[in-house]
Ligand binder design. Structure first.
Ligand SMILES: Cc1cc2nc3c(=O)[nH]c(=O)nc-3n(C[C@H](O)[C@H](O)[C@H](O)COP(=O)(O)OP(=O)(O)OC[C@H]3O[C@@H](n4cnc5c(N)ncnc54)[C@H](O)[C@@H]3O)c2cc1C
Length: 394
């Protein structure tokens, strides 16, 4: 017989694993699928903002991030053409420091927490289609494991947490409600022996760069600019753009141990997609993506995981109207995101002068403060009950 769950979540990283974990903690049966492998890396420069750290703390996962040797970030320094602005990370809302765990550290912590909450997890399982009832409502998924085995699963709600190029969003034809105008590119790598003092963000007209202290004593260093200026990326492109945006950082990099390899993101316009319909919902980059220059995608993913999980629990466990609950999820997400989305689009388009950028970043910071207040006001999430399901690898 077709295995049946309350919810099938497609995509097992920050958005999907967190949503699955929360749904299971609220008592729902959940299948979590990902075509990639457990603990694999993905494209990301790792920085969490206060809202994301608050979520990890509220859910009881921050201790694991700290125990993995992730260094605390207690200061952010903004460097502009004519100014240096250090900002202390003041303890508030129970957050004493920020963190930037490698994805090979963070994603397994969230998946393990999902498993501990009772989620059934399958890696190496690529979803290829959704099933529907006669009225067109989504009723489940079908796909193939890495070994070529076909699988099917039925669910009351299918959640697409499958990233920027979401298969689920495309299959349900989720309309684009907003599309950004800007495309920036990023090239980054991990330096050893680089002395760091928290996050560093450097902005000069036409180029930005930054330093993000992370695990194993390394610092992620990135440069962002238009795709034309980044080209194919790599060390030479990064060093050129760092020298432009912060000569001091360029000098420090010259004295440190460079990365063995670099990664380059060639860019993509931001999008906000309609994120719910009959039997489906989207969370994370699948439904709302903005340029990584905001360093906010993971924080948004953890925020929206909880907003969506609460809406789904209201439908499945408490009999709330699906349309009302899911549209309210999207309404809250959009209210918290629209200003942020528009500001990020301007920053990523490098449509600003050296005089304008400090105020743009101050406006982004104000939007983040609003978000933290909303997260902090959410009711507590149940702690995990002791349960262990296997993690399957297809
Ligand atoms: C260069 C770069 C730097 C960034 N830096 C930062 C930063 O410093 N701070 C920050 O907060 N954010 C950053 N971001 C953004 C952040 O990485 C994303 O917002 C975040 O990863 C979104 O998480 P997600 O769970 O929605 O999607 P993803 O992390 O993309 O995960 C989606 C998962 O879905 C799986 N999947 C896809 N399709 C299928 C399918 N058909 N079947 C099964 N599984 C599927 C994939 O294998 C993947 O594991 C950065 C992004 C980029 C590109």
């Amino acid at each position: 017989m077709l295995p049946r769950y309350d919810v099938v979540v497609v995509g097992a990283r920050v958005a999907g694993a967190a949503t699955a974990m929360l749904l299971a903690r609220f008592g729902l049966s959940v299948l979590l699928l990902d075509r990639a492998g457990y603990g694999t890396d993905t494209m990301s420069t790792h920085a969490f903002m206060r809202g994301g750290v608050l979520q990890l703390s509220r859910w009881g996962l921050l201790d694991d991030v700290v125990a993995a040797g992730t260094p605390p970030v207690r200061r952010t320094t903004f460097r502009y053409a004519n100014d240096v602005v250090p900002v202390e990370v003041k303890p508030s809302y129970g957050v004493e420091a920020l963190y930037a765990p490698r994805r090979t550290v963070l994603d397994p912590i969230v998946v393990d927490a999902a498993v501990a909450a009772g989620v059934e997890v399958r890696f190496g399982a690529a979803v290829a289609d959704v099933t529907r009832d006669r009225r067109g409502a989504v009723t489940g998924v079908t796909g193939r494991t890495r070994d070529g085995e076909v699988f099917r699963a039925a669910a009351r709600i299918v959640v697409g947490a499958d990233g920027i190029r979401s298969t689920i969003a495309d299959l349900v034809r989720a309309p684009y409600e907003r599309v950004g105008r800007s495309v920036a590119a990023i090239t980054y790598g991990h330096w050893a022996d680089l002395e760091t003092d928290g996050y560093e963000w450097n902005f000069r007209a036409g180029a930005a760069s930054g330093v993000v202290p992370t695990n194993d004593g390394k610092a992620c260093v990135y440069a962002s600019a238009s795709p034309r200026r980044i080209g194919r990326g790599g060390l030479a492109a990064l060093c050129r753009l760092v020298a432009e945006s912060s000569p001091r950082l360029a000098a420090r990099l010259a004295a440190a141990t460079p990365p063995a390899s670099m990664r380059t993101f060639t860019g993509r316009r931001g999008h906000v997609r309609r994120s719910w319909g009959r039997g489906w919902a989207l969370v994370g980059d699948a439904g709302y993506y903005k340029d990584p220059i905001s360093s906010h995608g993971q924080t948004d993913a953890l925020r929206d995981a909880e907003l969506l999980a609460r809406a789904i629990v209201a439908v499945v466990a408490d009999g709330a109207d699906e349309r009302e609950a899911l549209s309210s999820y999207q309404g809250t997400r959009d209210a918290l995101s629209t200003t942020f989305f528009e500001l990020t689009d301007v920053v990523a388009g490098y449509r600003w002068t050296d005089e304008e950028i400090p105020n743009l970043l101050l406006s982004l910071s104000a939007a983040m403060s609003e978000e933290v207040k909303v997260i902090h006001a959410l009711p507590p999430v149940p702690r995990a009950v002791a349960m262990t399901q296997p993690v399957h690898c297809g």
